[in-house]
Design a protein around this ligand. Structure first.
Ligand SMILES: Cc1cc2nc3c(=O)[nH]c(=O)nc-3n(C[C@H](O)[C@H](O)[C@H](O)COP(=O)(O)O)c2cc1C
Length: 143
């Protein structure tokens, strides 16, 4: 059983839908999932993760501000070589994914095992699942 940690934020529920779907899929595969909003991030829990996922939406071509703050907080954790991946919810451009991946690679020296995904905004959980399932399967194959 792997210990999967997800740090994310969501203003209008779309990124949260992605996280709920990942939680269901990882838990269903027998893994433990811990989820943190930026203000709740626990450095020790993040350092103890077997796989670390960071996710957030794009607003005005940028990563959401609270996730920027989480990235500063995570700089204090030792994440060198930590397996991980990023995900994003977006409407039309989705810059948040690249910002997260750049930071994970260049600042934290994490090992991005799987290319991140951009999930198009939708209130329909089944559509989210269709996009998220292949991403989760790729991650499961690395655990
Ligand atoms: C004011 C505003 C600005 C936005 N700017 C962008 C943008 O620059 N690029 C983009 O891809 N999506 C943009 N979006 C769409 C959001 O990224 C999308 O709705 C996303 O699913 C929101 O995630 P959340 O519900 O988790 O907050 C914008 C949405 C709003 C309301």
């Amino acid at each position: 059983m792997a210990n999967i940690v997800i740090v994310f934020d969501s203003l209008r529920g779309n990124t949260k839908r992605v996280v709920d779907c990942m939680n269901e899929l990882f838990t269903g595969a027998g893994h433990e999932v811990k989820m943190f909003k930026p203000k709740e991030v626990e450095t020790a829990a993040v350092e103890a993760a077997d796989f670390l996922l960071l996710g957030g939406p794009t607003y005005h071509k940028k990563l959401i501000n609270t996730m920027e703050q989480a990235l500063f907080k995570l700089e204090k954790a030792n994440l060198e070589g930590k397996p991980g991946a990023a995900f994003a919810s977006f409407g039309w451009s989705g810059e948040s994914l690249g910002i997260l991946e750049d930071t994970m690679k260049n600042l934290y020296a994490m090992d991005l095992k799987v290319d991140g995904i951009k999930v198009k905004q939708t209130p329909v959980a089944a559509k989210v699942k269709k996009e998220v399932e292949p991403f989760v399967e790729k991650i499961l194959a690395t655990l």
